[in-house]
Design a protein around this ligand. Sequence first.
Ligand SMILES: Cc1cc2nc3c(=O)[nH]c(=O)nc-3n(C[C@H](O)[C@H](O)[C@H](O)COP(=O)(O)O)c2cc1C
Length: 211
Amino acid sequence: MDVYEAIARRRDVRSEFNGSLVGEAQLWRVLEAAHCAPSVGNTQPWDFVVIQDRTVLSLFAEHVSGCRADFARSLPAERAATFGPIVVEGIEQAGTGVVVTYQSNRGGAHVLGRHTIDETGRLSVGLAIQNLWLAATAEGLGVGWVSFYRPEFLRGLIGVPPTVDVVAWLCLGPVTQLQTVPDLERFGWRTRRPLADAVHREAYRGDPAPS
Ligand SMILES: Cc1cc2nc3c(=O)[nH]c(=O)nc-3n(C[C@H](O)[C@H](O)[C@H](O)COP(=O)(O)O)c2cc1C
């Protein structure tokens, strides 16, 4: 699969994990891809905590379910009805969680490229995640990004030190198929924008897109 095909086929996966566990060699290949990402000042500020303990997966899934319910309660009736059938995680079905963390003090006090824009550190972690996601797609695996959690809960659950932040829980596992249309579009939550609306030439033209 070439890179354009992987980009086009990549999907956020919740319901399509087939219940078998990712192989150890595949796991290391996708982690290697993540670890090849560019990073500000070459700080490589990420770590990857691989979780396969069924008890931990179940505890995390239970916590996420509570956060999902909180979000549902915060919605107006019409949005709540649209949100109702949307699955937001496949934590236990995937069988593997990869928690990606960010260590802001990696690289010391003088990170080349971060002195005016602190968020470049976290952005670097996002790039590692995208590498992992694309590599997983090329391997025939699915990835689902879960952010319905309270960071302090996850920190406590897996023992992340206070100087390190959790950025993402990624469900990773073999899939039956990858959907061709994102779930949020299929379930009527939000559609993709046309590229032409996102591209500006020479200057930012017009008002920002409506929310
Ligand atoms: C930062 C981030 C956080 C996300 N958190 C969640 C989440 O908690 N639950 C979920 O179902 N999907 C989550 N997603 C997946 C998005 O909903 C998904 O990427 C988007 O709907 C587009 O679908 P696609 O990835 O299949 O193209 C997240 C994606 C990103 C980039």
